[in-house]
Design a binder for this molecule. Sequence first.
Ligand SMILES: [Zn+2]
Ligand SMILES: [Zn+2]
Length: 90
Amino acid sequence: MSDMSLNCRDCGKEFVFSDRDQAFFAEKGWQNQPTRCRDCARAKRANMQAPRQMFPAVCAACGKNCEVPFEPREGGRPVKCLECFRADRP
Ligand SMILES: [Zn+2]
Ligand SMILES: [Zn+2]
C-alpha cells in the first residue's frame, strides 16, 4: 500500500491517507476512505460533543428572555424564542 492523496470535503484541502491509516481502516473493516482531513475530522468530533454555544437574547415577538444558537446582532434579523419561532412556521 502507498500513501493516497484525498481532498477534504470540509476545507477542500488535500490530505494524505497514509498507508498506516489505510491499514488501520482495513483492520477495522471500514470500506470507506476518510472524507475529511485530520483537522476537520477532529473539529467535527469536537463539534458533536460540545453543546452548541447559546447567546442570551430577548424574543422580538413575546419579549421573553431566551437563548439562541447565534449571536444576535443589532439591526439583524429579529430574534425569537423557540416557541415563537415554532409558532411562526406553518
Ligand atoms: Zn479539512
Ligand atoms: Zn417569544
